[in-house]
Write a protein that binds this ligand. Structure first.
Ligand SMILES: [Zn+2]
Length: 322
């Protein structure tokens, strides 16, 4: 195995896709995103099916419906669903940013991840020893005016629904991060993976502070390699070396449509894009050459081989059991 991409949304359900993964010798952890109640079950079916059919190339991470305040027994239903999914091969459970930034209680208040509503779920996950991939909040720039020179301008300029700048009543960046930190602190038996460098990508020292404070926290690099590339090279190098056991590589490549339903050209194009993204990100970690990425070039970090192996394979093994 050359690489495990432990945060991806790729429904490569055509033989072409599986062959490409064989040729690249990579394994993918497909992550379900619970956009709405029941609105993610098609992803679940596809990702679970891929992991069953091609266990050497695919694994899957389940999720759970956002809260429904009209019906009682929410936590019990969620726990039963997750328990069944783990029995069916899921290797983790994902929490998405709609908790904190979108979902509201009947009172109008935003639902935060530290709400007592979720505590039985974390109690269960701690008892069961199941990792939680936690995407809470967004990059800090989500709350700032659009800036074409910023790392995630491409996303916020095309996803205005998630750009929080200037929106009255929206929870602050700091309040979301604090709620997430509180949950990690209150649940030391739960292994949390902070997706997207724990939404602290603007400052690696802030990520480091949490990793120092919380032994039960790891982070993944999903869609945040760009921040490591844009950081001071020595800072990125020191961070990844010091926390080589706590950072898990993921591309967050996003192509959740069934690839079997696309025509040959579209399917091949996606395979090429996936291989290019993983190839460039890996090259950034291990080589000292200039690496082309996101219309820029960045000097590679030239990390020691043993560190790179931890980041791109071993940590995903030990954390998710892949
Ligand atoms: Zn993702």
């Amino acid at each position: 195995m050359k690489l495990i991409d432990a945060h991806i949304h790729y429904c490569g359900d055509h033989p072409d896709c599986v062959q490409a993964l064989e040729a690249l010798d990579v394994k993918l952890l497909n992550v379900c995103v619970a956009y709405s109640p029941g609105g993610w079950l098609d992803q679940k079916e596809r990702y679970r099916g891929l992991a069953k059919a091609f266990p050497g190339r695919y694994a899957w991470c389940t999720s759970f419906d956002p809260p429904d305040f009209a019906a009682a027994g929410y936590a019990e239903r969620v726990i039963a669903g997750i328990e069944a999914d783990y029995a069916d091969g899921a290797c983790a459970c994902k929490v998405w940013k709609n908790i904190g930034m979108e979902l509201r209680k009947p009172s109008g208040d935003y639902v935060r991840i530290d709400d007592p509503l979720f505590q039985p779920l974390f109690d269960y996950l701690g008892r069961a020893g199941r990792p939680v991939l936690m995407h809470i909040g967004e990059p800090r720039e989500c709350w700032l005016p659009l800036d074409p020179s910023s790392a995630h301008y491409g996303y916020y300029s095309t996803h205005p629904e998630w750009h929080m700048h200037g929106r009255p009543g929206i929870p602050s960046y700091e309040s979301l991060i604090a709620a997430r930190d509180l949950v990690v602190e209150r649940n030391p038996k739960v292994r949390f993976i902070g997706a997207h460098l724990g939404s602290l990508e603007h400052d690696l020292s802030e990520v480091a502070r949490r990793l120092d404070r919380y032994a039960n926290l790891m982070v993944d690099t999903g869609a945040r390699m760009i921040n490591l590339m844009r950081a001071e090279r020595s800072d990125a190098r020191d961070f990844l070396t010091r926390y080589a056991d706590r950072v898990i590589y993921g591309s967050d490549f996003f192509e959740e449509r069934s690839q079997a339903a696309l025509d040959l050209d579209a399917r091949r194009k996606n395979i090429v894009l996936l291989g290019q993204a993983q190839g460039a990100e890996r090259a950034f970690l291990e080589s000292t050459d200039m690496v082309s990425y996101d219309a820029h070039t960045f000097p590679g970090l030239g990390l020691p081989a043993a560190v790179v192996q931890k980041l791109i394979i071993e940590n995903a093994h030990s954390c998710y059991g892949l």
